[in-house]
Design a protein around this ligand. Structure first.
Ligand code: PMP
Length: 418
């Protein structure tokens, strides 16, 4: 932790790039003979050294199964694991630690809600609303549920700039709506949705609201009490933490009323062959040995984000996005995709006459890592009548110089065909 002290000086809102970059070992390497520029942060962020060290320390010093053993290592591992739960509680301002459930990721969290809330509360003829912006993991579980239950999936359309059509949303809501599941920030376009207002509108019809926070939690303040969402799902690996850890937050009475997700150890109070009683929340939803090491290391990622502060992170990333937008607009053949007014740091685009995959390969040859393709949002690509985009997504350790390198490479790539 002491390594991070100097970063406190960024309370002025200015990110000390060098100090931050020094914490990310992976950034200091060459790819294809060029210094790595990592612009694939919406897929997964890199991990600061304190997260990596926490993983190593756990296996070297603390490794033990949690919640069960009477011995010192078991209680130490349990304490650290539960400390992360408390950090997550504060991170999203949940009313209690019991409402923070550890899962494998956003996908797993959404599937948990579909399988338990959905199984119990969705019936034939009920309606579930999602949006055109959704990631496949916030589409397919609802399609599967609707198929099983005879429920109906309704889709909020978008405008050409990638913003949701909020009038259409209002018209879709009715007494038949049982659940609205919408992304906070789009992974493919960066659009930030006005979810507070949307949640309020859903509640007027008695519908529950699941917020997909996979792309917002690293950039925006996400306060579940202020937003009043019924569920929040997100992944640790997109918030500078390890892969294999997700969070599901839920309102107390909902979590209490939902049946368990999976059966096994930890989620029970008492098992007899005649009958099993279930554990209290959150353990009711955490069957089996969880991903202990990665949960503990995620605690360090949250401390890292807290130390910087979301406001400073957002300001820095916005500067990168604005700079990229302005400079890219001058590239011949550059086609921005998703020009919403309010965006997280995602720049999605095409280059005239060049396939996105080829752009990605050419950028990689210059050491620049971007994502290309449909970004697990095929219906959204269909809406724009495109196969895919090139996506550069920025994190707190990225720099203006790196954006300039992207622009220079894109200028050269575009010149070949434009
Ligand atoms: N929703 C959104 C908006 C995402 O960006 C992602 C990951 N790309 C997911 C859900 C799924 O997250 P995970 O793969 O970590 O479960």
């Amino acid at each position: 932790m002491s390594d991070l002290e100097p970063l406190n000086s960024i309370n002025s809102g200015i990110i000390a790039e060098d100090k931050i970059r020094a914490l990310f070992p992976i950034l200091h390497q060459e790819v294809n003979g060029k210094p790595l520029v990592y612009f694939d942060n919406a897929a997964t962020t890199q991990k600061p050294i304190q997260v990596i060290d926490a993983l190593k320390k756990y296996y070297e010093v603390d490794n033990s199964n949690i919640h069960r053993g009477a011995h010192t290592l078991a209680s130490r591992a349990t304490d650290y694991f539960e400390q992360t739960r408390n950090l997550v509680k504060q991170f999203i301002n949940a009313p209690s630690t019991e409402q923070v459930i550890f899962t494998k990721g956003t996908t797993d969290s959404i599937n948990l809600v579909a399988s338990t809330f959905g199984r119990k509360f969705i019936a034939e003829g009920d309606e579930i609303i999602i949006s055109t912006l959704e990631h496949h993991s916030n589409i397919v579980p609802w399609q599967m549920l609707c198929e099983e239950k005879g429920a109906i999936l309704k889709i909020i359309p978008i405008h050409d700039n990638g913003e949701l059509d909020l009038e259409a949303y209002k018209n879709l809501l009715s007494n038949k709506t049982k659940l609205v599941a919408v992304v906070h920030a789009s992974n493919a376009l960066g659009t930030i949705n006005p979810v507070k207002e949307m949640i309020e509108q859903a509640h007027e019809f008695g519908a529950k609201f699941l917020l997909d926070g996979a792309q917002s939690t690293a950039h925006l303040d996400v306060d579940v009490q202020d937003l009043d969402c019924d569920f929040l799902a997100f992944s640790a690996h997109k918030v500078y933490g390890p892969t294999g850890v997700g969070i599901l937050y839920g309102k107390w009475e909902l979590l209490e009323s939902m049946p368990p997700y999976q059966g096994g150890g930890e989620m029970i109070k008492e098992v007899t062959f005649a009958k099993t009683t279930y554990n209290d929340i959150p353990y009711k939803f955490e069957a089996g040995t969880p991903n202990i090491a990665d949960v503990i290391a995620f605690g360090e990622a949250i401390r890292f984000v807290n130390q910087l502060g979301k406001a400073a992170i957002r300001k820095h990333e916005n500067q990168l996005l604005e700079h990229a937008r302005e400079r890219c607009a001058t590239i011949k053949g550059f086609i921005p995709i998703g020009t919403a007014r309010d965006k997280v740091s995602v720049l999605s685009f095409g280059i005239n006459n060049i396939h996105p995959f080829d752009v990605g390969m050419m950028l990689d040859a210059s050491g620049i890592a971007v994502r290309t393709g449909h970004h697990c949002t095929q219906p959204l690509m269909e809406r724009f009548k495109i196969e895919g985009t090139v996506r550069a997504s920025f994190a707190v350790y990225n720099t203006i110089e790196e954006v300039d390198r992207l622009v220079e490479s894109l200028t050269k790539i575009s010149k070949r065909k434009n």
